[in-house]
Design a protein around this ligand. Structure first.
Ligand code: PMP
Length: 405
């Protein structure tokens, strides 16, 4: 008899559930706007040619398949942190502790465990409190809870303006218990597409400083707001310049298109090489019993691309093309809606950034889109702009117009 016969069935993941429903739909015009993965203008998954070329070059060398060290590939980690921090005194003076992680999810989880064990010397009376923007990526909450942290939220999105609730944000960060951990989406906020301006980032940085909050950056979409890797890292670089010791979770899923390869990095800015070495030792102690060592295939691709000027140039240009295609689909969708005579204000489609548009469609309208038009999005009205193509943009606009008339 099974020892697990009493296991209760858990709920489906809301985002992954959208794709399951889409796959079961037989309408030839169906559109999947649920999934947070880039699609090309034919609506197909996209492998960057720089990644393909890197793969061939690596295969040609008949690489070994040995274990990586517990902390992952040192070369990859060095390239990853330079991509994020740029030329930087911390990087050059050994004041960055870092490990290769199971992509952005793994980086967040490692950050959570590290904070649970060691934040403020581990001497706190209670668990670390992680404040998430309201709303945030749905996985953030379970990640930090499972890692042993407490989770709360701070004001971020204003449904009335479909943009940043800046005053509310500053107020809730000021009202939060001093010394909290504040999770910040470095750019291309998921799910809202709403990013603070540089001026606003500056003020957020000042509040965190005044309150002794720890900035924890989640950077899953570097490149997707502007098309440029450095421009999109401006938020966290500003915090570093302001003297914050930030924690950074990096994902290479979207900007290298390496989703299933699980390529990521967690880094922590420190005050000294001794501190770096102590944190690195603890990150390895966290990683070892969980998965022993991280996967090798994906980081090899990143190393190959960032280690070769020609491949790097080609990758940067394809990265920019992905961002620009999404921006052009924003414009197309908005224009199509106004040409259809929609009386609503759709400016936010253009004003929001990155892979997502927080459309403002209600749960009922989302249901209606699915049932009458075979257009699939998450219940919160988030549209993955990467799923919009030159071919389906008109059908999509007609469907959205129809449910919002
Ligand atoms: N953070 C955010 C905000 C995300 O949207 C995602 C991907 N949906 C991730 C982290 C992590 O993704 P991955 O584990 O594939 O890198």
């Amino acid at each position: 008899l099974s020892r697990f016969s009493k296991v209760p069935k858990g709920p489906e993941d809301a985002i992954l559930g959208v794709t399951v429903a889409y796959n079961n739909d037989t309408n030839p015009n169906k559109i999947n706007l649920g999934v947070g993965a880039y699609r090309d203008d034919l609506g197909l998954p996209f492998v960057l040619s720089a990644v393909r070329e890197a793969e061939y070059r690596i295969l040609d060398r008949k690489p070994h398949m040995e274990y990586l060290p517990v902390a992952g590939s040192a070369m990859f980690i060095d390239k990853a942190i330079r991509l994020a921090y740029g030329t930087n005194a911390f990087v050059d003076s050994g004041c960055v502790a870092a490990v290769q992680t199971l992509s952005g999810t793994g980086a967040c989880r490692m950050a959570g465990v590290l904070m649970d064990r060691f934040l403020d010397g581990g001497s706190r009376d209670s668990k670390p409190l992680v404040l998430l923007p309201n709303p945030s990526w749905a996985n953030h909450r379970p990640i930090f809870l499972d890692a042993g942290c407490d989770v709360d939220s701070y004001a971020y999105y204003d449904p009335a303006t479909k943009s940043l609730d800046f005053d509310g944000c500053i107020k809730s960060l000021s009202d939060a218990p001093a010394g909290s951990v504040v999770l910040l989406h470095a750019c291309a906020h998921n799910p809202t597409g709403v990013d603070p301006s540089l001026e606003q980032w500056r003020e957020i940085s000042a509040v965190l400083k005044a309150k002794g909050h720890l900035p924890l950056f989640d950077m899953a979409y570097q490149g997707f707001t502007s098309g440029d890797m450095d421009t999109d890292a401006a938020s966290l670089r500003l915090f570093v310049e302001d003297g914050h010791r930030i924690v950074l979770a990096q994902s290479f899923s979207k900007n290298f298109g390496l989703y299933g390869q699980r390529v990521g990095c967690l880094s922590v800015l420190t005050d000294s090489e001794e501190e770096t070495s102590a944190i690195n030792s603890q990150l390895k102690i966290i990683a070892r019993p969980m998965y022993s060592n991280p996967p090798i295939a994906g980081v090899r691709l990143v190393e190959e691309i960032l280690g070769d000027a020609e491949l790097e140039k080609s990758w940067r240009s394809e990265m920019r093309d992905m961002a620009l295609r999404i921006i052009s689909m924003r414009a197309t969708l908005k224009n199509n809606l106004s040409e259809l005579g929609s009386v609503h204000n759709w400016d936010h489609i253009m004003n929001q950034h990155g892979m997502f548009c927080f459309s403002g469609l209600t749960k009922e309208q989302v249901d209606d889109l699915r049932e009458r038009h075979s257009v699939y999005l998450t219940a919160n009205g988030r549209i993955s702009m990467a799923g919009v193509t030159s071919k389906n943009a008109q059908y999509l606009a007609e469907a959205v117009h129809d449910v919002t008339k």
